[in-house]
Design a protein around this ligand. Structure first.
Ligand code: ZN
Length: 99
């Protein structure tokens, strides 16, 4: 009787441990997959109008984004930031942008 109880307890602990490690593993795989997807997306996005030089995107920490980033201007009428090139009107009369 007593031995069976110990076995049951051990089995329960083993099951709990297995579930715990399973969740941990799944979470880690999810994180890795997310990071991979994000990296792939970033690589695809940075592919437009590329030159021959290999880009080192990881080194740019805290620096201003140059090249690809569009210049943003603030609309004096609505206060919204829009791209300087191809800006569209927000619909207000004072809005300087046409579109
Ligand atoms: Zn506006």
């Amino acid at each position: 009787m007593f031995g069976f109880s110990i076995q049951k307890l051990l089995f329960t602990v083993a099951v709990i441990a297995a579930v715990w490690y399973g969740f941990k593993w799944v979470g880690r795989m999810k994180k890795v997959r997310e990071r991979e997807a994000r990296e792939r997306l970033r690589r695809q996005a940075g592919n437009g109008g590329g030159g021959g030089t290999g880009e080192s995107g990881e080194s740019g920490a805290g620096g201003s984004v140059s090249g690809v980033a569009e210049e943003m201007v603030e609309c004096p009428a609505c206060g919204a930031f829009v791209a300087a090139t191809g800006a569209k009107s927000c619909g207000k009369e004072e809005c300087p942008f046409l579109g």
